[in-house]
Design a binder for this molecule. Structure first.
Ligand SMILES: *[C@@H]1O[C@H](CO)[C@@H](O)[C@H](O)[C@H]1NC(C)=O
Ligand SMILES: *[C@@H]1O[C@H](CO)[C@@H](O)[C@H](O)[C@H]1NC(C)=O
Ligand SMILES: *[C@@H]1O[C@H](CO)[C@@H](O)[C@H](O)[C@H]1NC(C)=O
Length: 543
């Protein structure tokens, strides 16, 4: 959620009132620090019948869960013991004024093998369910991912009773092939076949235990490569309470579609007869049926789970879009800060600019690539952020990517779209292909104001939800359809806009949004971190 002028005013007023009493402690009060040391290695695990190489963090797959509180400072020293350069990115962590720590190749040099880098960032004004994962090469196909749960500060009300327990479920499709094999496939110009299975927390047999009559939170994130998943629990309905940091209107659902890169949190009351029940994650729109189950175990149960599994929704894309439209912001609920989410009237703001982004799958030099508005992104050896900061020319190309689709052949470029700090953008994702898309923007969350079929036109604005659309960081776009968002550019930096479908990201369906102002001020953006790694043309340059 963006800075809220009203909330700030209220807070300031409050602070002035108590300043005399608390002045010293307020001025000196620093948000808490949390220190982590993580080591990344390969390991061999049997996941889908066959032993295979995966990426472990501190020996774990999935990696350690970060359980933190709003505004915590995270100091995380990451040691890379792989045979390849490595980075983690923090999916949905906004990195306010701090794209230096975003952990993608446009902002950071990758950590070389047998080397380390210490990330320093704050979970500023954030609350809810997020994830991290490797952003380099095709490492994500080997794991290396984990959950980030940000809890409320003491005395900040959340819009539901504190649950009796809290479960984190990382669900995602999975290949039996190694990340290097998959990458070699893509590098040779081929596309990946359909994944081999679905994992829940790196397993096909997890168990979650609770007491009859109690209510539990399930935080569900799709950490997979390409497959939209449907999530459901036999015999139980789910109350949606949070989507990527937004507190929602609390509707009940029998099943939820979770698209790649997305997170949702639901409350489930164990109100059924004492036995065990199936938890199901299954592929949503594909002819190939991938299904994995876990177990919801009642602590007083003596009866194992038994079939049949509750059926996946019979409706297709249209029904899924209808479900997506029922996700609404609870306007009166607070989020990470105590002011109501709806106090920022996004629907009354006139956008500074409209950008239409169309994805495509062109052949370039005879090889399959993915592109947005004709441009297929290629990484630079020098992070764009460092090139920008040190004034190294020739690294990226501003405005090679157009702000709306146009005819002509696709081409390769290290493309950056420029925008002004405090612009308010209307962005339309136009999907003319027949596959599901999922788009993510780093550094922000945005209002998802509309989903519709066919071609977007200005007339489609009449379909927008300008009252209680929720904010999130990753949004799906249905085949032959469009999705529209509003985003308030209140966070200066170099921000990755990418497909969350990992093959597409790897082969060019991404670019960077450079949010900039002439005024050089620490109030807008932090200085380069003293430990920033150097690579490419930034080698040897001192800050
Ligand atoms: C690598 O780790 C050491 C401590 O073991 C730390 O002093 C150093 O700053 C780290 N390097 C970077 C680039 O963060
Ligand atoms: C919205 O949040 C408020 C405040 O916490 C809560 O009382 C109310 O039940 C919520 N409304 C809905 C529809 O979820
Ligand atoms: C998919 O597979 C699961 C488990 O193998 C099965 O229970 C379910 O009925 C299948 N669904 C469809 C639509 O075939």
């Amino acid at each position: 959620m963006p800075e809220d002028p009203m909330g700030n005013a209220v807070l300031l007023h409050f602070l002035c009132g108590v300043l005399a009493v608390f002045s010293a402690s307020l001025v000196n009060a620093d948000d808490p620090y949390r220190y982590y040391t993580w080591t990344v290695t390969y390991g061999t695990v049997k996941l889908l019948d066959v032993p295979q190489q995966v990426i472990l963090i501190n020996g774990q797959f999935p990696g350690p869960r970060l359980d933190v509180v709003t505004n915590d400072n995270i100091i995380l020293n990451l040691f890379n013991k792989l045979d390849q350069p490595f980075l983690l990115t923090w999916n949905g962590i906004k990195q306010r004024k701090n794209s230096w720590q975003d952990g993608v190749l446009g902002t950071n040099c990758p950590i070389p093998p047998n080397s380390n880098y210490t990330y320093k960032f704050q979970t500023k004004d954030q609350i809810g369910s997020f994830t991290y994962f490797p952003s380099t090469l095709f490492h994500k196909a080997a794991g290396g991912y984990g959950a980030i749960n940000i809890y409320e500060r003491p005395r900040i009300p959340i819009p539901f009773p504190v649950p009796d327990g809290d479960f984190t479920l990382l669900i995602g499709d999975w290949y039996k092939s190694s990340h290097k094999t998959l990458q070699a496939y893509l590098d040779s110009g081929r596309t990946l076949s359909f994944p081999d299975g679905v994992l829940i927390n790196g397993q096909t047999y997890s168990t979650f235990s609770g007491d009859q009559g109690k209510t539990y939170m399930f935080r569900i994130s799709n950490v997979g490569m390409s497959t939209s998943l449907n999530f459901r629990i036999q015999g139980h309905s789910m109350k949606l309470v949070e989507v990527e940091g937004s507190h929602t209107v609390q509707n009940m659902y029998d099943s939820l579609d979770v698209h790649v890169g997305q997170s949702v949190a639901v409350l489930v009351t164990l109100n059924q007869a004492p036995k065990d029940y199936y938890i199901i994650a299954s592929s949503r729109f594909n002819r190939k049926n991938l299904t994995t189950t876990a177990i919801l175990h009642y602590s007083n149960s003596r009866t194992p789970a038994s079939g049949p599994l509750p059926a996946a929704p019979s409706y297709g894309f249209h029904g899924s879009m209808m479900q997506a439209r029922t996700y609404r912001w609870n306007l009166t609920a607070s989020a990470a800060r105590p002011n109501p989410q709806g106090s920022y009237h996004y629907g009354k703001i006139t956008p500074t600019k409209t950008i239409v982004l169309a994805n495509s799958a062109p052949l370039i030099n005879g090889k399959r690539r993915y592109a947005v508005n004709r441009v297929s992104y290629i990484n630079s050896d020098t992070p764009l952020k460092l090139a920008d900061y040190f004034g190294i020319p020739g690294i990226f190309s501003v405005d090679s990517i157009e702000s709306s689709p146009s005819g002509g052949a696709a081409f390769l470029s290290t493309s950056v779209m420029s925008a002004n700090l405090h612009d308010f953008l209307e962005i339309v994702f136009q999907n003319d292909e027949i596959t599901m898309q999922s788009w993510h923007l780093d550094g922000y969350d945005f209002w998802v104001i509309g989903y519709g079929n066919d071609q977007w036109t200005p007339a489609k604005r009449s379909l927008y939800n300008l009252d209680d659309a929720l904010t999130r960081h990753t949004v799906q776009v249905y085949p032959k359809s469009w999705t529209a968002i509003y985003v308030s550019l209140d966070n200066q930096g170099m921000w990755n806009m990418r497909s969350a479908i990992w093959e597409r990201q790897y082969l060019g369906q991404q670019f960077y949004l450079r949010v900039w102002t002439q005024v050089h001020s620490l109030a807008n953006e932090y200085e380069i971190p003293p430990n920033a790694l150097r690579c490419g043309k930034a080698i040897g340059i001192r800050s």
